[in-house]
Every structure is written in C-alpha cells, then in structure tokens.
Design a protein around this ligand. Sequence first.
Ligand SMILES: [Zn+2]
Length: 119
Amino acid sequence: MSRLNDTAARVPVVPRLHWPADEPPVARHRTFEADPGDVLLAALARATIDFLTGPERERLRACTAPRCVRYFVKSHGRQEWCRISCGNRARAARHYRRHHTPGRADGEGIDRTGDVTAT
Ligand SMILES: [Zn+2]
C-alpha cells in the first residue's frame, strides 16, 4: 500500500476548472514537468486509489471462467464472467463435465462445485 501511495505522489497534480459554454463544468488535472513514465504510473496509482475508495469497489469480482485471471466490475445481478467469451467457455466446460464424467453414461455429471447434477 505504501508503494501505491508513493507512486501516486510521484507527480503532483493541480485541479483546474474547465467550464466551456453550454457544457457542464469539469475538473482537469494539470501535472508539472515530469518523466512521462512517472506521469503515467502516478495517474494509474491515483485511479487505483479512487477506485478502491469509491462505490464501485463493492462490485469488483474475479472472473470464474476456466483459465481467466481477470477482475471486472459487476454491472448486473447475476454476472459471473468478465466478458461474453468467458461465459461461453465456462458454459462449454460445464457441459463437457456433465456429459464426459467417467462412469456416468446416464446423463448425470458433476459440476464445478462438486454437486451431482442431472441433465
Ligand atoms: Zn474472464
């Protein structure tokens, strides 16, 4: 955590009000002369801090698809996967397990939780 805070503080920023005609005001952050790599790392660290301290943190999930290591922000109630292709892969793997479990020629299988399921 101290590394994250140190990285965020590597490049100081100053908020500047930008208020174009007929548009809502926005805050833009101005950085001072700094190494472009430091500017990028500091911006990523600040965004991480904003995310972890904001309301979206409660919706952060790890994708449960096989071989996926991504995290995502859950956008609807039953979302389990980070993207459609992960959902398709997870459903295909579940189908394969149900129908290719050794010793199960009767359509029963074992799902990823270890529960026996009937098809
Ligand atoms: Zn995924």
